[in-house]
Design a protein around this ligand. Structure first.
Ligand code: UDP
Length: 341
């Protein structure tokens, strides 16, 4: 982690934080950060998409406890709790196509449980929202006042609508119960501990390069994304959690690139000469995505620091270190066939 010395996070060993989705990509990096900052961390995950290997290095530590639990059930945490970060959710398009009901449940029932727990304990809660709030956006770049363009019944609807409900109920707990709430809208994020075969573009391309398989660009590759390195994202989340900002805040890297160009960057990074092939564009795949981070700059004094070339190198090192078994695990390989009509 790059920047845990920031003074907006408060090291206080008496304070306890619950992190849901703790064994996932973002959840595990948040666990690292809060452990490092001296908090007592209660990590919760039902391991439906999470992986214990992401947090096993934390298990021996006295200020870290793991609870194997589904947050959509009643959650009981004994003792005081000062902070909650609700990061449990399937988060790659292929995951929420495979497990749509669980995706809806964790964003609705799961957040309700977490808000109830926060209210009972007097804890401050940050919920993980998403750029998918904006759907296939007609406003570019996306600022927080934009209401979005979401197909409720499309393949992404289960994720997008769960997250939209999550924002609504979180704001209701804030206005009605006076709960201390924070809403972070997370844009595409990458880094070590992404699942190589979760279907998302970065692990897909790097995995294909490592296996010597053709690189699959969906559609004509002109759709854009803006990728944020995980350490920058974690810093933004921590700053938001300890700020007074109750409105949603975009946290992401505005450095935008087309997917076709991104494929070229991954070829150069990996030194691979695999063929780049085209596959059909999945239904409702957003044509463009780039965060307007003026609010984060203004209220959090935050902006990303890690360039894509630097972040990609760090991420590639991680993927290169994976076992042959991980590299060839075949979950989720054929992504486009799930979602094109
Ligand atoms: N994509 C691609 N090839 C792949 C996987 C994804 O071209 O093997 C595209 C996908 O269609 C989308 C972009 O890459 O336009 C980002 O997809 P991802 O699943 O990473 O996340 P999204 O931003 O769509 O939620």
């Amino acid at each position: 982690m790059t920047s845990s010395s920031d003074n907006t996070s408060r090291a206080n060993s008496a304070e306890r934080v619950l992190i849901t989705g703790a064994a996932g990509f973002l959840g595990s990096h948040l666990c690292d950060r809060f452990v490092k900052d001296g908090f007592q961390v209660v990590a919760m995950d039902n391991l439906i998409t999470g992986d214990m290997r992401n947090i096993e290095h934390l298990l021996p530590l006295p200020n870290f406890t793991f609870v194997h639990q589904d947050v959509t059930e009643y959650i009981h945490v004994s003792g005081p709790l000062h902070h909650i970060l609700h990061f449990a959710s399937p988060a790659s398009p292929i995951d929420y196509l495979k497990i749509p009901i669980q995706t809806l449940k964790v964003g609705s029932l799961g957040v309700h449980r977490c808000l109830g727990l926060a209210k009972a304990k007097g804890a401050r809660i940050t919920i993980a929202s998403t750029s998918e709030i904006y759907g296939d956006p007609e406003v570019h770049p996306q600022h927080e006042e934009y209401w979005g363009h979401v197909n409720t019944v499309g393949p992404r609807g289960v994720y997008d609508e769960a997250k939209r409900f999550q924002e609504a109920i979180t704001m209701a707990y804030h206005t009605f119960h006076g709960l201390e709430t924070r809403i972070v809208r997370i844009f595409n994020t990458y880094g070590p501990r992404m699942r190589l075969n979760d279907g998302r573009v970065l692990p897909a391309f790097i995995g294909q390069a490592l296996r010597g398989e053709p690189m699959t660009v969906f559609g004509d590759g002109s759709q854009t994304r803006s990728f944020c390195y995980v350490d920058d994202l974690v810093e933004g989340i921590v700053r938001l959690h300890f700020s007074d900002e109750t409105r949603p805040v975009n946290v992401g890297n505005p450095d935008e690139i087309t997917i076709a160009e991104f494929a070229e960057e991954i070829l150069a990074l990996t030194g691979s000469d695999v063929e780049v092939i085209r596959k059909p564009l999945p239904e409702n795949d957003p044509k463009q995505r780039r965060p307007d981070i003026s609010r984060a700059r203004e209220v959090l004094g935050w902006e990303p620091k890690v360039s894509r070339s630097e972040g990609l190198k760090l991420t590639y090192e991680y993927f290169k270190g994976l076992s042959e078994e991980d590299l060839h695990r075949s979950e989720h390989k054929d992504f486009a066939s799930y979602t094109t009509r």
